[in-house]
Design a protein around this ligand. Structure first.
Ligand code: PA5
Length: 338
């Protein structure tokens, strides 16, 4: 399975296709029907397993379905699944390569516990552990983190089928995001300008509630693509600890970036504004990122796309290759040979 028109050796080529990849590859009908037939009242929840670039789709889907899911959605980024998992839990494991040891270990545990287990992967050992008809296959050749629009489309469709939610029209959302991105320059700082203003600084992405997964994704993308330190924090929790550390932000060159959402409650809005004013007493100005969107899904995906591009612009300024993940590969090699 290949996708024409994408240069898989170029992170920019992969990331720029983000909007067009949304909704382009979906689970086949047999898999959708199978998920749809699972008796909802007999399941306790859905456990999503994955690491790194393959974990993000699950976290973002959980954010999106936070207010409407009628079952708990949990993310496991570890070797083990929680002890409370039993055969009433559905598992969706994502590993782009299909060979990530933590994911394989957690999946083996889930299968031993009798969980009905589905996989999203290009193949690898994951596809040997899970029944073929429970596998949603994705095209090979991407960097896992750049395959997010594909992994996300698969995962959201599977969750929507399982939870009997009407399906989100990701293709239309992709088109809207493409148009919206052409107008970023007119009402907000562009990814390239933001990257310039982050020169020699360490971004701290601050999310809240719905935007937590976006802040986490941004931190990971800046780490992996720009090979730069980056952190993420979540409100309201960070107001109960991190706020006391801001005297160090200026000398440590930490730049807070608040990820704003149209879904923010008035309380959270007030909290972000108050937090900003306290931070700005001790450092230069905080940055707030907000996009224009018609739905929560569009907002979430547009912000992710924007921040993915930011990580590429930072890579350009830092003169690093966003594709290579030398240290991740080195560590995986050490672990697999022992
Ligand atoms: O983006 C990456 O390359 C990593 O974060 C990988 O996604 C991570 O190491 C897990 O590998 P995989 O996605 O193949 O399971």
């Amino acid at each position: 399975m290949a996708i024409e028109g994408i240069d898989l050796t170029s992170m920019r080529s992969m990331v720029e296709e983000f909007p067009k990849l949304l909704g382009r590859i979906l689970p086949d009908e047999t898999l959708q029907t199978k998920l749809h037939k699972i008796e909802l009242d007999k399941i306790s929840g859905v456990c999503m397993i994955g690491m790194g670039g393959s974990a993000i789709a699950g976290r973002l889907c959980a954010s999106l379905l936070l207010e409407s899911a009628n079952k708990p959605l949990i993310s496991v980024q570890d070797y083990h699944v929680p002890s409370f998992l039993d055969s009433n839990w559905i598992v969706i494991a994502t590993s782009y390569s299909g060979n990530t040891e933590e994911t394989l270990s957690a999946v083996q545990e889930a299968i031993q516990k009798g969980c009905m287990t589905f996989g999203i992967t290009t193949g690898g050992r994951l596809s040997q552990l899970i029944d073929t008809q429970n596998i949603a296959r994705v095209p090979e050749g991407f960097q896992p983190r750049a395959a997010l629009p594909i992994l996300f489309s698969m995962q959201l469709s599977m969750l929507e089928a399982l939870l009997r939610k009407s399906s989100t029209d990701l293709t239309s959302i992709g088109k809207k995001i493409e148009l919206a991105s052409k107008e970023w320059d007119t009402h907000m700082i562009s990814p390239a300008e933001l990257a310039q203003s982050l020169r020699n600084k360490i971004p701290l992405f601050i999310g809240s509630h719905f935007t937590e997964g976006i802040a986490y994704r941004a931190k990971c993308q800046v780490n992996e693509n720009a090979k730069s330190a980056a952190f993420f924090a979540v409100l309201p929790e960070a107001n109960h600890n991190e706020i006391e550390s801001i005297a160090d932000f200026k000398s440590a060159k930490i730049q807070p970036i608040f990820i704003r959402s149209l879904t923010e409650s008035s309380r959270v809005k007030l909290r972000i504004e108050a937090t900003t004013s306290i931070y700005e007493e001790e450092m230069d100005s905080c940055i707030h990122l907000q996009v224009k969107a018609d739905s929560a899904a569009e907002e979430l995906l547009q912000l992710v796309f924007y921040l993915d591009l930011l990580s590429l612009e930072m890579a350009v300024l830092r003169n690093v290759d966003p594709v290579g993940v030398e240290r991740i590969s080195k560590l995986k090699k050490i672990l697999s040979s022992n």
